[in-house]
Design a protein around this ligand. Sequence first.
Ligand SMILES: [Zn+2]
Length: 284
Amino acid sequence: MKALHTYASLEHFQQHFHSEDTCIQYLFHQKWPDGYSCPNCQHTRCYTIRSRRIPLYECQLCSHQTSLTVSTVMERSRTTLRKWFTAIWFVSRNDKGINAVQLSSLIQVTYKTAWSILHKIRRVISNYDAQSTLDGHIDAALTLYGHSHRYLSSTTISSEQHPFITAISHPSDQHSRMVKMKLVYRELITGRRLQPFAYEQFNTQHSSPNKSRLIPFTSYDQRAQAVPIQNLAKQMSTWLNNTFHGVGVLHLQMYLDEYCYRLNIEAQNISTWRHLSNLCCQVY
Ligand SMILES: [Zn+2]
């Protein structure tokens, strides 16, 4: 199959993925890069049953049947693979992402279906994020989503502001720069500060044990050092507001993960489309 890369425009993307068959071939290659392997017995020969929209593969040794979408985000979906792939491509774009209203119009599905597709893609991203840890020297600070982007400019945060930790690991020979944004309970904030315990908890959950050193910028004196972190949180807030016209706290964490995911994959110098489509084609 043709080398896979980032597609510069929707037209370019759709020219390549011009049919369901092309998408099936791509999915097959993602699932079995070395050719078919029975998930039950690892036998490498199968019968292809094409009576369905997406083929079934029946093992020639044990008769186990499997499909390309089983246990992936696309399992049991009635939406075509081409529409799924187009949605994944839109989410993978490093500049914007996409909201459900735009997606429903672009791929001609209902708003509910578009929302569900995007939600499932975000779940894949959040699962991936949960398995990735920050390494090396990490700077972290308390940041806010909501009304004011300013760094805890008042003595307390309002109920319309959602606090989260933004952490950035410095690039080194071993790893590229990586970003995480994780919501924190407002009960852990006293006045302007997040309790040190919350940073420790963040470090335990999201950093490599023995391979990381997290420095929280908590005091007034450290505010200048926290500027890059605050700027990043501000850019994320602008993206949320421009693309989604604001997001409630219920799903906010997934949007934070989506934002960080694109930055992190881009920092590794690999195609976000390639990485995200691979994640979505895998069992999760
Ligand atoms: Zn088998």
